[in-house]
Ligand binder design. Structure first.
Ligand code: NI
Ligand code: MN
Length: 226
C-alpha cells in the first residue's frame, strides 16, 4: 500500500484500489497534482468544509466514481449531481474489497455556499482497510478520548493526524492522540498550508519514538510505502 500526500488533508491511498481522501487541490498552492490528472476508484470526504470537500465533486463526475460521506453531506453532494454514498458513525461501507469505516471527529461541519450555510451533518474520520492494512484518516479534529476506542477497535497501522492547531489539534495534542491510537506510524497533515496553521512536525518525533511510534513526515507529492 502506498500513502501519497497531496498536501493539506488530501491523500491518495493506492493498493488494489485507489482511494482519494479530502481532495482539496484547487486553491492549495502546495498540491502536487491537478484535479484533471488525479486517478481514483472512490473518494472519501470527512466533512463539508471547503478545504476537504475541495475538488471531490468535480473529480467524482470526471472519473464517474462515488463519494462516501456522512449522510447529510452525501445528500448535498447528490444535489450537485455527483454519485454519493451516505453513511454514518459505526458503519462500514464495502467497495470492491475495500472497507471504509466512519468514526467521529471533534470539529464543525457546515457547508458554506454563497450566502447560505448548510448544516453538513457532523464531521467524521475514516478507517480504511485495504489489502489487509488499515489507515486512520482523522479528518479535522480536536483531541477526544474516544480516539482510544478507535485504536482498540480498528488497530490502524498508520494514523494520519492534523497538527496545524487553530482549527485542529496541534503537535502537542496530536502526540497524545498518537499515544492513544497506538498505530505503528503517524503521518502529520493539515499544517503549513497557510500561515495560521504553521507547525513543525519534528517536535513530535522524540515523544513518539519513546512510545515505539514512527513519525513519517512527507512533502506534498511524496508517498509512504506500508
Ligand atoms: Ni474543517
Ligand atoms: Mn480543515
Amino acid at each position: 500500500m502506498k500513502i501519497r500526500w497531496l498536501g493539506h488533508s488530501a491523500f491518495l491511498i493506492e493498493g488494489s484500489k485507489k482511494i482519494l481522501v479530502d481532495p482539496f487541490i484547487t486553491g492549495n498552492d502546495k498540491a502536487p497534482v491537478k484535479p484533471d490528472d488525479v486517478d481514483c476508484d472512490i473518494i472519501a470526504v470527512t466533512h463539508g468544509h471547503g478545504d476537504h470537500l475541495g475538488d471531490a465533486i468535480f473529480i467524482s463526475k470526471r472519473k464517474n466514481v462515488p463519494i462516501v460521506a456522512i449522510y447529510e453531506l452525501a445528500e448535498y453532494i447528490s444535489s450537485k449531481g455527483a454519485n454519493a454514498v451516505g453513511m454514518n458513525f459505526g458503519g462500514t461501507y464495502e467497495y470492491e474489497g475495500v472497507k471504509l469505516s466512519m468514526v467521529p471527529a471533534l470539529h464543525s461541519a457546515g457547508i458554506t455556499e454563497s450566502n447560505f450555510t448548510h448544516s453538513g451533518g457532523l464531521p467524521a474520520g475514516f478507517v480504511i482497510e485495504m489489502d489487509g492494512k488499515r489507515v486512520y484518516h482523522a479528518g479535522d479534529t480536536g483531541l477526544f478520548g474516544d480516539m482510544k476506542l478507535i485504536g482498540e477497535i480498528y488497530h490502524p497501522d498508520v494514523a494520519l493526524l492534523p497538527i496545524g492547531g487553530l482549527f485542529t489539534m496541534d503537535t502537542k495534542l496530536a502526540t497524545i492522540a498518537a499515544r492513544w491510537i497506538k498505530s505503528k506510524y503517524v503521518i502529520p497533515m493539515h499544517y503549513n498550508t497557510w500561515p495560521p496553521i504553521e507547525a513543525n512536525p519534528e517536535e513530535m518525533r522524540e515523544d513518539l519514538e519513546r512510545e515505539g511510534i514512527k513519525l513519517v513526515v512527507l512533502k506534498p507529492g511524496e508517498a509512504f510505502e506500508l
